[in-house]
Design a protein around this ligand. Structure first.
Ligand SMILES: [Zn+2]
Ligand SMILES: [Zn+2]
Length: 258
């Protein structure tokens, strides 16, 4: 069984393809379900993160494109969003996004660190232990939130040299993430667009801790183009299966919620 609940449309300004293109590709690949999860909008005052997010006014267009395309699909289609895990965005999520979107699911991901002055920096700018601590604070907060069906790419923080260099020394932090996810029964994502071609994966120590703890794992390709929908998925599933990972499927998690 294969499915993918992490896909992006051009509303976020850095993806391509239409909902229908993704559905045709999902059918071709033999998926049993497909979820859309484009980057959610952010409050206007967060001007430094707008560049990679959809505009607030585009939410109805995105929603309607997915819901309409779903009628032409032979497999179940789910409408979702990838939301930034930033405490200050939580009220915006509940007051602005949810009433318009009525999404089937949300992914919670950390792409930015919020600094005290209300400024945001990308994960690639985490170059000190203080900034890494701030990252951890946001991620752990995200794991606690019941809004998110799963947590996106907990290993994307490896894009920074600082974290890459300290993978081993950060073992206790990785263990905390794994134990926290287990405690809150929050699946973590094995993102094949990050881990594809990495041997065995981008953060061996983090994944050792996640697997040891038996955390639920969702596999996705984080596709930003229809032709990348299936990228690395079979390898990802296989890598996890040979390690007796606790793989879960979003369609089943959602069926249980109903
Ligand atoms: Zn993206
Ligand atoms: Zn992401």
């Amino acid at each position: 069984m294969m499915e993918n609940f992490h896909t992006h449309l051009p509303y976020c300004k850095h993806a391509s393809g239409s909902a229908e293109d993704y559905i045709r590709e999902a059918e071709r690949l033999g998926f049993s379900a497909l979820g859309f999860s484009d980057h959610s909008p952010a409050p206007a005052y967060m001007h430094d993160v707008q560049g990679y997010k959809m505009a607030e006014a585009q939410m109805p267009l995105y929603r309607d494109e997915v819901r309409k395309a779903a009628h032409l699909s032979s497999i179940p289609i789910y409408l979702g969003m990838e939301v930034d895990v930033i405490q200050e965005e939580a009220s915006y999520l509940h007051e602005v996004i949810m009433p318009i979107m009525h999404p089937d699911f949300l992914i919670g991901s950390v792409h930015f660190i919020r600094l005290n002055a209300g400024r945001h920096i990308g994960l690639h700018e985490i170059e000190t232990s203080q900034l890494f601590d701030r990252y951890m604070e946001q991620l752990l907060w995200g794991i606690e939130q019941s809004d998110f069906l799963f947590i996106g790419h907990p290993d994307r923080v490896m894009i920074t040299d600082y974290v890459q260099k300290h993978d081993k020394q950060l073992r206790s932090a990785w263990r905390t993430i794994a134990q926290f996810a287990k405690k809150h029964r929050k699946p973590l994502e094995y993102n094949t667009s990050i881990n594809a071609g990495m041997s065995p994966c981008v953060s061996p120590v983090l994944w050792e801790e996640i697997l040891k703890e038996g955390v639920s794992i969702v596999v996705t390709s984080d596709a930003h183009a229809p032709e990348r929908l299936g990228l690395g998925l079979s390898d990802g599933y296989e890598w996890l299966r040979t390690r007796q990972a606790n793989i879960v499927y979003c369609s089943q998690l959602l069926a249980k919620k109903e």
